[in-house]
Design a protein around this ligand. Structure first.
Ligand code: URA
Length: 243
């Protein structure tokens, strides 16, 4: 693998072409641990442990990106959005310049916890049906919730294009028209279609948790995002800190 020179490091973080990054470094725009380093070919030791700043703006070297967004309504998860802006427009340019994609999808009108990454293995593991990652939703319903509906969601709901009934792992009532629904699968419009098949209608949907990672724990308001650090990735796997 090519040596991680400063110009390559800067380019890998989404700051522009190698030529452009080289010019930035020559111009003295890059500081490492508080000192200007103007040699683009310099190879920093322990690159992940250094504190960098570019034109006075601090950043960390992250070989791969793991991000969480509190998705607002009226944004699309598709990389080629058609009717609403894409979720990536909520991120700064250096992140958008990297090959980041949403991990699974939320509908344009669904809000809540959305993960994004440029790590293909991570995206695959999170979305693989074999991994059984539980996803927690709060669904507001148009009609009052009945005990029959909850029993049906737990027993399994047959949807048109599915070979077998889909079951909610949990379905509990939080209010007269509010449910917490936990699913392991991520089928197209799954919550909405399951509720419709049970004779109700999903009026609003928010994803509040994935694995052990909660939106509340991340403290993100609608439209805000954060980097996922090692402890968050452990929560995602359902592990307590230090495990
Ligand atoms: N189920 C849905 O119906 N929509 C979503 O966005 C997520 C799960």
């Amino acid at each position: 693998m090519a040596k991680l020179t400063l110009e390559r490091l800067l380019q890998s973080q989404g700051y522009g072409t190698r030529k452009y990054c080289r010019a930035l470094i020559f111009d003295g725009a890059l500081q490492i641990d508080g000192e200007v380093v103007d040699d683009p070919g310099f190879i920093p030791a322990d690159p992940e442990k250094r504190a960098y700043s570019l034109d006075g703006v601090a950043f960390r070297y992250r070989p791969q990106l793991y991000l969480a967004l509190h998705k607002p309504p009226n944004y699309e998860c598709s990389r080629k959005p058609s009717h609403h802006p894409g979720v990536l427009t909520l991120f700064p340019d250096p992140i958008r310049a990297r090959d980041v994609q949403p991990v699974g999808r939320l509908d344009h009108d669904t809000t809540g916890l959305l993960l994004l990454s440029d790590d293909g293995a991570f995206i695959h593991a999170q979305t693989s049906p074999r991994r059984h990652v539980p996803k927690y939703y709060h669904a507001s319903t148009a009609e009052d919730v009945s005990q029959d509906l909850i029993a049906h969601m737990l027993a399994g709901v047959q949807l048109h294009d599915e070979p077998a009934p889909l079951k909610a792992l949990e379905c509990s009532q939080l209010g007269p028209r509010l449910l917490q629904i936990v699913l392991e699968q991520g089928k197209y419009h799954q919550v909405k279609r399951m509720l419709a098949a049970c004779g109700n209608h999903c009026a609003a949907l928010t994803r509040v948790q994935i694995g052990g990672l909660t939106l509340q724990g991340l403290g993100l308001q609608e439209g805000q995002w954060c980097y996922l650090e090692a402890e968050h990735l452990a929560q995602l796997r359902g592990q307590a800190e230090g495990e």
